[in-house]
Design a protein around this ligand. Structure first.
Ligand SMILES: [Ca+2]
Length: 181
């Protein structure tokens, strides 16, 4: 009897440890300030704002005249980030963005060698808000994220990768060491 109850106890302890480990392994979040890029290429530019996280953001400055069609971007201006992913997993990309209007509400998002995808195209204008992007499966290690011009008037303050379904609200605390220099 003693041996058997000890076994049950041991098995339960192992199970609890396993579940705790699995739960902690499934939850990971990496927050990056958009202005904390490795490289930036015009017309992507850094700008200051006292309502942006870290006091700065990146954007494709408005053209004069502002693009009024879903045409080809004026250039391939971009910001590139080398992001340290400490834990393999399937992550949702979110960006804290501000759109000018329906012709200034998106970027191209390119992760590693995957095809570039459209990020944005929502209908909330002239205010910072979190915009949901694609889901991407990443190995542990360094991954390259490129935010590229698609429409002028698009701004990005922060982005994050999250393995959970959590919806970000407000300013997020940047993850220390997220960018590899
Ligand atoms: Ca920022």
């Amino acid at each position: 009897m003693i041996r058997s109850s000890r076994c049950v106890f041991t098995c339960a302890a192992v199970l609890v440890a396993f579940v705790a480990c699995a739960l902690s392994a499934s939850a990971a979040k990496i927050v990056v300030e958009a202005e904390n890029y490795n490289t930036i290429t015009p017309s992507m530019a850094k700008a200051s704002s006292n309502v942006a996280s870290g006091g700065a953001y990146i954007h494709i400055p408005l053209l004069r005249p502002h693009g009024d069609t879903e045409g080809k971007p004026a250039d391939t201006g971009n910001a590139v980030y080398k992001v340290n992913v400490t834990q393999a997993g399937t992550y949702t990309f979110w960006g804290r963005a501000q759109w000018y209007d329906g012709c200034g509400n998106s970027f191209f998002l390119k992760i590693d060698d995957k095809p570039a995808v459209v990020f944005g195209n929502g209908g909330t204008y002239r205010q910072w808000h979190w915009v949901k992007g694609i889901k991407v499966t990443l190995t542990a290690g360094v991954h390259t994220i490129r935010i590229q011009n698609r429409e002028d008037g698009a701004k990005l303050d922060q982005f994050l990768l999250d393995t959970t379904p959590r919806v970000p609200v407000g300013l997020e605390t940047p993850t220390p060491g997220a960018i590899v220099r």
